[in-house]
Design a protein around this ligand. Structure first.
Ligand code: SF4
Length: 90
């Protein structure tokens, strides 16, 4: 597994860790392996979203670079474009 990059620009305050005015919460289990995970001190945070647990609460995180859910993707196929692609034989 590649090394986790450091969280740039984060500061520690009395509530925990803050980045650009956002209070950050540590990543959750589902974030493991995502390229957006950053480490700061002895915890890991998301470089794109301050509250990873909330990002996963409604299903898969849409910023996740890992664990791509094929079913989610398939459901998003535009039927018109799909039929054009099919007509072109692609
Ligand atoms: S982008 Fe989503 S999956 Fe990746 S670290 Fe952030 S919250 Fe976790």
């Amino acid at each position: 597994m590649s090394e986790v990059k450091a969280l740039v620009g984060a500061v520690k305050n009395e509530n925990g860790v803050e980045l650009n005015g956002f209070q950050l919460k540590p990543v959750v289990e589902q974030c493991a392996g995502c390229d957006r995970v950053r480490s700061f001190e002895d915890a890991q945070y998301c470089s794109s979203y301050p509250d990873p647990a909330r990002k996963w609460a409604g299903g898969r995180c849409n910023f996740a670079t890992h664990a791509k859910a094929e079913t989610v993707k398939a459901a998003k196929v535009n039927p018109l474009k799909a039929s054009k692609r099919a007509a072109k034989g692609r």
